[in-house]
Every structure is written in structure tokens, then in C-alpha cells.
Design a binder for this molecule. Sequence first.
Ligand code: SAM
Length: 270
Amino acid sequence: MTVPPRHPGHPDPFSPGDKVLLYDRKGRRYLLTLAPGAEFHFHGGAVAHDDILGRPEGSSLRSAKGATLLAVRPTAADWTVKAPRGAQVVYPKDQAMILGLADIGPGVTVVEAGAGSGALSSALLRAVGPTGRVISFELRPEHAAVAQRNVHERFGGPPDNWDLHIGDVGERLGATPCDRLVLDLVDPWELLGPAAEALRPGGILISYTPTVPQIMRLHEGLAADARWGMAQTTETMVRGWHVDGLAVRPDHRMVAHTAFLTTARRLSPE
Ligand SMILES: C[S@@+](CC[C@H](N)C(=O)[O-])C[C@H]1O[C@@H](n2cnc3c(N)ncnc32)[C@H](O)[C@@H]1O
């Protein structure tokens, strides 16, 4: 049975098996699963899980060495950044834009490839909800195992609205009808034929590609096939700010480049 982890803001206090995010004074984040009798060790000393269990979310803790930590439940973004990974994950800033640009919401059927570490799969599953469906393809069995483990942990078991297929997406895509197609793989232009067969007219393709030559080849492929239109490419930069008294300025460091997002609509050429 799928028992979803308690969400941030859940009224229950922390209990065994809960995920907790510990946040130190320098903004470092640590994700752990609470177990009676266990201890968490970091550079600021040890914290007994028993000191967290039974306390409300948002509590302040002290380690054995006197370091202060805040205890909260992890957000979806925290899960993404902290979960074990096989392949490089799609970061929260791009997950948010993928959901927005491709208009992925409740009831929608999404095909995704490749599943990689399951980070984007989790975001898609949450967005489509119980009335939607996510069909993920992953070529490499070892990546599929990581994706499956992360998604099951994220949702407390196998989500009813998720299918994960191990294999080349190109072999089955054409026979997998969908409303949205999300591609995070090296050569998305190679899939435009089966993608046009899979996507219903009006449906949206979104492709995540890190380099300019990839965008060029994808746009060339889209322009050459009358079943595609309204192609556009964007990139998303999120710059944090340092706010401390009068020292209010952009952070010195940021995740400046991850990938470009290209969207296109499936047309009905006739
Ligand atoms: C960058 S990772 C995807 C990461 C994923 N979006 C996430 O957020 O965790 C790209 C994945 O695509 C898979 N892949 C590459 N070509 C594929 C294909 N033809 N069919 C299915 N998966 C493929 C790779 O094995 C790799 O795991």
C-alpha cells in the first residue's frame, strides 16, 4: 500500500520513519529518516533522533557540541537535491518551468524519457495527480533501479499512476498515446517521428537539452515536419540574494546553466 510521506506543514509531530530536513546556521541542509535510538553526526556534533521525535515541525535543536539546527519536513525541491542519483537530475528551477511551459496538470497523460534518477518523474507524478498518468522510459537498468527507488521512497510505495519501462523509448513511443512528452536525453530530434505519432494533436513536446547544437538540431527537425509548430526555446536562471542588514546583494554563486527548454505543439496538418 502506498502511504505518502507527511507533507511540510502536516499537523502531526515528527514520528519514526518520517523524513526530516535539518538546516544549519550556514544554510546547509541534511536529509535523514528518523529512527528511535539513532544518531545524526555532522561537523557540528551529534544529534539524537530521539531529540527530534515527538516534536513539532519547525523546532530548533542543539547538537551535543552546541550547534543549532532547525528541523522541518523536506519540500519536493529538497527531495530532488538530496536524493541519491545515478544520472544527473533536472533541478527544481527547471522542473517548475517544465510543468509550467508544458502545462502539465491534473488528469494529463505524460510520457517521459529517460527517467534517469526519477527526480523529474516525481515532479510529473505530483503534477498529474491520481487522475493523470506518467509513463517513463529508461534505457539503462541501473538508472531505472535508482529512479524506481527514489520514486517509491518519495511516494511511500509504487504510485498507482506510474509505469516505468526499461528500454529504448524510440521502440515504443509511437504506440504510446499521450498529451505531453518530456524528453531529457541527448538526441531528442531522433525521436520526432514517433513523438508525433504518440502526441495527440494540440499536445505539447518539451525537451531539456544542455547545449546550443542540440537546440539547433531539434529546431531543424521540428521545422522540417508539418506536424510540429509553435517551437520556442528558453532558459531559466534563478539567482539567490544575500540579505543581511545593509548587505543586500545578489549571491556570489549560483547554478548559472543547466539546460535549455524547447517546447513545440503537435499540429493537425490536414
Ligand atoms: C540526464 S538523465 C535523466 C534524468 C531525469 N530527468 C531526472 O530528473 O532524474 C538521461 C537518461 O536518459 C536515458 N536515456 C538515454 N537515451 C534513452 C532512450 N533512447 N530511451 C530511454 N532512456 C534513454 C539515460 O540512460 C539517462 O538515464
